[in-house]
Design a protein around this ligand. Structure first.
Ligand code: ATP
Ligand code: MG
Length: 306
C-alpha cells in the first residue's frame, strides 16, 4: 500500500529560518492530525505537499505523486487554507462552482456539485449573496465547500476552526469528522486545538522547529508513555522531588508534574516522600491521559534538548 505522505530530507528555508528542516516522514492513509506550537512549520509543510511552495531541498510524495509538479496532487486534494482565500466579490454559489471548473469539472457538473456541497456544509439561501456579506462562520463553510467540490481523495485542513465561536467550531468539527468518517477519504487536520484533533484523528504527527518530534497511532503514543506515573502535589514541589530522589525513586520534574517510573511499591514511596517533604499528593495516575499532556511533555523535552 502506498503511504499517504512520504518525504525525504524535505527542507524549506526562508532566509535564515528553516521552517521545515530535513523532514523525513512516512504517514499512512486515514485521519491524520498535524500538531505543533506556533511556527513549528505546519503550514509550510502543507504548502510544500501541495506544490504551492518549492522545497529548498528534499523530495516528497502525496498519494504516490511527486510534489515537484503540484498538479497531480492538487487535482486529488481539497485544501482549506489557514487564511482567508475567498474572492469576496463573488456569491457563495459563484465561487464554489468556479472552483469546480478550475479543478476541471464541466460547467454543468461544477454547478450541481457546488449546490450539493453547499447543502452539505449548511449554506442555504445565503449561497446567492456575496461572500463579503458573510459572517466568519459562513465564510469558513464556503471555504470547506470549495475544498470539496471536486470530490477529492485527500482533504488538507489548516486550522479550520480558527476564529469560530463555540457553535461554529462544533459545526465545523462535525463536518470534518463526517468527511474523515466517510470511506476512502483521507484527512490531514492541522490544529492548535488538541481536543479537536483527538476527537477526529487516529494518527498524529507532532512537529516542532521544522522537525518531527513524534508520530504514530494516537492510542499507541498515549500508552507508550504509561510506564510512568504522573504526580501532582500541593506544596513545595522541589522539596517533594528531593525527598523522592533521596528515597532512591527514579523521578524527574516535567511540565505536567513529577514523573516517576512505575514499579512495585512505588506508591508507598511517593506517600512517604510527600510526608517527609510536608507536601500532599493531589493526583497520582498513569502519566499521559491526553494528547494535550503528551504534546506539552514532548515539546518541553524537545526545547530542553536544543
Ligand atoms: N513566507 C515566509 N517568509 C518568511 N518566513 C516564513 C514564511 N512562511 C513561514 N515563515 C516562517 O517559518 C516558520 C514556520 O512557519 P509556519 O507558518 O509554517 O508555522 P505553523 O506551524 O503553521 O505556525 P502557526 O501555528 O502559527 O500557524 C516560522 O518561523 C515563520 O515565521
Ligand atoms: Mg500555520
Amino acid at each position: 500500500m502506498t503511504e499517504l505522505v512520504e518525504t525525504k530530507g524535505l527542507t524549506k528555508a526562508f532566509g535564515e529560518v528553516r521552517a521545515v528542516d530535513d523532514l523525513t516522514v512516512s504517514i499512512p492513509e486515514g485521519a491524520i492530525g498535524l500538531v505543533g506550537p506556533n511556527g513549528a512549520g505546519k503550514t509550510t509543510f502543507l504548502r510544500l505537499l501541495l506544490g504551492l511552495l518549492r522545497p529548498s531541498q528534499g523530495t516528497g510524495r502525496v498519494l504516490g505523486y511527486g510534489i515537484e509538479d503540484g498538479i497531480p496532487v492538487r487535482e486529488r486534494t481539497g485544501y482549506m487554507p489557514e487564511h482567508d482565500c475567498l474572492l469576496t466579490d463573488m456569491t457563495g454559489i459563484g465561487l464554489v462552482s468556479y472552483m469546480g471548473r478550475v479543478s476541471g469539472l464541466d460547467p454543468g457538473t461544477a454547478m450541481s456539485r457546488a449546490h450539493d456541497v453547499l447543502q452539505f456544509v449548511g449554506v442555504d439561501e445565503e449561497r446567492y449573496r456575496k461572500i463579503a456579506e458573510f459572517s466568519t462562520g459562513m465564510r469558513q463553510k464556503v471555504k470547506l465547500a470549495q475544498a470539496m467540490v471536486h470530490d477529492p481523495q485527500l482533504y488538507i485542513f489548516d486550522e479550520p476552526t480558527t476564529g469560530l465561536d463555540p457553535r461554529g467550531r462544533s459545526e465545523m468539527l462535525g463536518l470534518v469528522g463526517k468527511i474523515a468518517g466517510s470511506g476512502g477519504r483521507n484527512v490531514i487536520l492541522s490544529s492548535h486545538l488538541l481536543p479537536d484533533v483527538e476527537s477526529i484523528c487516529k494518527y498524529v504527527v507532532i512537529l516542532d522547529g521544522g522537525h518531527q518530534i513524534a508520530a504514530g497511532p494516537l492510542a499507541k503514543l498515549l500508552t507508550g508513555a504509561q510506564d510512568r506515573l504522573r504526580i501532582d502535589v500541593r506544596g513545595d514541589r522541589g522539596a517533594f522531588l528531593a525527598a523522592l530522589q533521596e528515597a532512591g525513586v527514579d523521578s524527574e520534574a516535567g511540565p505536567t508534574g513529577i514523573h516517576v517510573a512505575r514499579k512495585e511499591g512505588v506508591e508507598s514511596d511517593v506517600f512517604r516522600a510527600a510526608k517527609a517533604s510536608g507536601t500532599e499528593v493531589r493526583y497520582m495516575g498513569v502519566e499521559i491521559r491526553s494528547l494535550e499532556e503528551l504534546f506539552l511533555e514532548l515539546v518541553e523535552r524537545n526545547a530542553g534538548g536544543r
